[in-house]
Design a binder for this molecule. Structure first.
Ligand code: CMC
Length: 376
């Protein structure tokens, strides 16, 4: 039977994450997202998602060292970024760069578990570098070298801004990365698994996932949330904005979810992060607009915020440009994608669903006289 949008269809088994949409719970490898956001950093979370358990102290140091050793973009990659046309947005640039990165990895086509683990670390290291280098080039600034001996969240903020980030900002960015890292068979992860199921390589799967993430119904929503907040401009305009949008059958970005029937647990954590950051920067306006939009959207339509809603104000308060928001999601989600590619490769069966045909049947063909000859 046809299920529009494959709603509720179970298309694969996974041991990576579990979502209870009725209760609003999310677990990575059996650990609740609240505990992970509170206690684990992004590198530990990546290890957990890839290998199934938290690292020991020694394994943690080794993996951080391996990721750190991968830092530094090949000069050919820099050349590609410098050559991109002005029309390339940050997600398009990232998608192009990741596809090109494969050409500089001699193990790109090796799908063995060892090569895939290596590539997962390689991608995790290079995603923030590419996003930051491309941003700096696009804004007329020179790309920076990564800092020594610091975590990925701190390094990412440094590479973007070129100043040592405050501890509160590093912690907030790290939590954002933990919260976005994995979410079951969402659209981009499904794309990655479909590509991997053809025994295509990890870079191709991640490139497919990037193309899927950028749409406004998925990762692109966070950017649209910020644009909406700017358009609303003041908490006292929020009610009219929401009512008008709903009356015109428009979607309120950052609301609703295919799986959660209650509030997305990540949104609850991000709301706190956003509030703290907005208070700290002294600019609480967008947070207040968000709260008003939340109130009215729930009252009018019974919809709850999803992960993209408060990540917008949190990233804005971190001083990150709106057009980069979806790439921040990608910097985190690459860890989930690569975990799923490894899981798919470890026990593969080609993913090949069917469609229900609703078109014409048994039509009679009327040839256009002489059209074949026209090609000779
Ligand atoms: N604003 C207004 N109405 C909405 C929204 C929304 N954001 N989301 C769902 N609805 C309504 C929809 O109009 C429909 O109403 P009705 O039954 O009266 O016609 C009903 O809710 C069911 O909508 P649906 O499109 O069948 O639900 P879905 O499961 O296909 O869509 C969704 C899920 C996330 C695509 C949708 O909620 C949406 O478009 N949200 C806005 C974009 C967004 O925030 N995306 C981020 C998703 S979460 C993180 C991620 O995956 O990246």
């Amino acid at each position: 039977m046809n299920k529009a949008g494959l709603e509720d269809v179970v298309a694969s088994q996974t041991a990576i994450s579990y979502i209870d949409g009725q209760k609003g719970d999310l677990f990575y490898r059996g650990y609740h997202i609240n505990d992970l956001a509170e206690h684990a950093n992004f590198e530990q979370t990546a290890y957990l998602l890839w290998f199934g358990d938290f690292p020991t102290e020694e394994q943690y140091r080794r993996v951080c060292g391996l990721v750190h050793d991968q830092l530094g973009l090949p000069k050919e990659m820099m050349a590609i970024l410098f050559d991109l046309p002005d029309t390339a947005g940050p997600m398009q640039a990232l998608r192009t760069a990741i596809s090109a990165l494969a050409l500089h990895d001699p193990e790109a086509n090796d799908n063995s578990p060892e090569a895939n683990q290596q590539k997962a670390m390689h991608l995790m290291a290079h995603f923030p570098e590419i996003v930051a280098a491309n941003y700096r080039i696009a804004t007329g600034q020179w790309p920076l070298q990564p800092m020594e001996r610091c975590g990925l969240a701190a390094n990412f903020l440094w590479l973007l801004k070129g100043c040592e980030p405050e501890p509160l900002h590093v912690e907030a960015m790290d939590k954002c990365l933990v919260l976005h890292a994995e979410h079951g068979l969402n659209a981009s992860t499904f794309s990655a698994r479909v590509a991997a199921s053809t025994l295509s390589d990890m870079y191709s799967a991640v490139t497919a996932a990037l193309g899927t993430l950028l749409g406004p119904l998925h990762g692109g929503a966070n950017q649209h949330v910020m644009e909406m907040l700017v358009e609303v401009g003041d908490p006292k305009h929020a009610e009219a904005y929401v009512k008008n949008a709903l009356a015109n059958k428009q979607r309120i970005m950052g609301f609703g979810h295919r799986v959660y029937k209650v509030e997305d647990p990540r949104a609850i954590i991000l709301r706190e992060i956003s509030k703290e950051l907005c208070e700290q920067t002294g600019n609480i306006k967008y947070y207040e607009i968000s709260e008003k939009i939340r109130e009215v959207t729930y009252a009018e339509k019974g919809l709850y915020p999803n992960v993209d809603f408060y990540s917008a104000t949190a990233l804005h308060a971190l001083g990150i440009k709106t057009e980069l928001f979806t790439t921040i999601f990608a910097v985190s989600r690459v860890v989930g994608w690569t975990a799923h590619v490894m899981e798919q490769h470890a026990d593969n069966r080609l993913i090949r669903p069917r469609s229900e045909y609703i078109g014409h049947k048994n039509r009679t063909f009327t040839p256009i006289p002489g059209c074949r000859q026209a090609y000779h």
